[in-house]
Write a protein that binds this ligand. Structure first.
Ligand code: ASP
Ligand code: MG
Length: 412
């Protein structure tokens, strides 16, 4: 029988009533002739509550026990979903990650999926079971300990199951009705996209469009899983939601697919470091070791053997970055005059695979910002993305102006 993966996020399973609504959707797919693997998140707010309990009991917690606690939310939903389906006479049972088993690395709190066994669940389908409900976000390490995949990890569980079982499609039910050209809270001209290419979605996801965990998009791209994002609060037809797919499956698209942003950035500049071979490694090595997520990097031209090195990172990592740089200076590995942190910046990016074949996108972006009187502090580009760092207070304005200028409210 054709197989579907359906994933329900926290808001879609927040109460017994919502679980019933989700179960009805599953029941309709079963009635239409599908076997279904349902991946569930914890009920809305539950994972945060569990993380809070861990912090309360042990601020410098043992990550293995953190995973034992925070994975529990999904176990509850999985059991409740299986019970609800049984109440509707749909043959269903639940699985926790270790029972599948879904094997991961031992990187607790951010484990990677290594393997998903399919024989166990397939055998049950063979015996008449129609729905396998699997707890998302969790797996088992080589040491036999429970692991979790990082916040938002149930999306990744869903895509990985779709790949492992060769599912027809992976439907991600959430509280928004799809992927938008930008956040509708910033401009009411934001438009839902019918289709978006994996690579575009990857950029948007990692730039802070919180619809899908980035890792899930990477997996979908690698295994060509047709991924659909849709609302669990609306009646959906065939065209509902957004299909994340191969670029060949998109006939026509705007050059720019969307405008993404990330509000809480910081820009740090090491003033006057020695410009010598190895200096970048001496700076960014210790930052990486300290767990600082460096994003944009700019090195100035050097004068008399000295240069400025600028990088951006999330604003809540500034203290950690400063500590790492001061320690590196004390060890004599680097030398700088001053470390200047600008904590009031935001990143705005335009994304689109059309940029590969169209020139002038960057020029247009810079003109738009200049017309609004917005100063650009740092620029980076990739094949399908241009990002700028600007003062945070202009972020909304920049997103609105760019959305207008690239006419994203209109479909191609
Ligand atoms: N419940 C987990 C979280 O809140 C995993 C997920 O829902 O994707 O991060
Ligand atoms: Mg999520």
């Amino acid at each position: 029988m054709p197989l579907l993966v359906m994933k329900f996020g926290g808001t879609s399973v927040a109460t017994p009533d919502r679980i019933r609504r989700a179960a009805k959707r599953v029941g309709r797919e079963v009635a239409a002739g599908h076997d279904v693997i349902v991946i569930v998140s914890a009920m809305a707010g539950e994972t945060n509550r569990l993380v809070g309990l861990v912090d309360d009991v042990s601020p410098l917690y043992d990550a293995r026990e953190y995973d034992a606690v925070v994975s529990a939310g999904e176990n509850v939903t999985a059991g409740l979903m299986a019970l609800t389906l049984q109440e509707m006479d749909v043959p269903a049972r639940s699985w926790q990650g270790w029972q599948v088993p879904l094997k991961t690395t031992s990187a607790h709190g951010a484990a990677r999926i290594e393997d998903i066994a399919t024989d166990n669940i397939r055998a049950k389908f063979g015996q008449g079971m129609r729905v396998a409900v699997v707890a998302g976000f969790q797996g088992i390490s080589p040491e036999g300990r429970i692991t979790t995949l990082g916040r938002g990890g149930s999306d990744t569980t869903a895509v990985a199951f779709a790949a492992a079982f060769g599912a027809e499609r992976c439907d991600i039910y959430t509280d928004v009705d799809g992927v938008y050209t930008t956040d509708p809270r910033i401009t009411d001209k934001a438009r839902k996209l019918d289709r978006i290419a994996f690579e575009e979605m990857l950029e948007l996801a990692s730039l802070g469009a919180k619809v899908l965990q980035t890792r899930s998009v990477e997996l979908a791209m690698r295994y060509k899983v047709r991924l659909r994002v849709l609302s669990s609060f609306e009646d959906n037809d065939e065209r509902a939601g957004t299909l994340v797919c191969d670029e060949e499956d998109i006939l026509e698209n705007n050059v720019v697919a969307g405008v993404a942003f990330s509000r809480d950035e910081a820009k740090m500049t090491l003033v006057s470091v020695a410009d010598r071979p190895g200096i970048a490694a001496a700076i960014f090595g210790p930052l990486a070791d300290a767990g600082v997520n460096v994003d944009m990097i700019v090195q100035n031209i050097s004068e008399e053997g000295r240069t400025d090195m600028t990088f951006s990172c999330p604003v809540d990592q500034v203290a950690r970055a400063e500590k790492a740089m001061v320690a590196a200076r004390e060890r004599g590995e680097i030398n700088f005059h001053e470390l200047v942190a600008d904590k009031d910046v935001a990143k705005v990016s335009v994304v689109g695979i059309g940029m590969r074949s169209h020139t002038g996108v960057a020029a247009k972006m810079f003109q738009v910002l200049s017309k609004e009187g917005i100063n650009i502090k740092v620029i980076t580009t990739s094949e399908i993305k241009i990002s700028v760092l600007i003062d945070r207070k202009y972020m909304e304005l920049a997103v609105q102006a760019l959305h207008d200028a690239f006419e994203l409210e209109k479909a191609a």
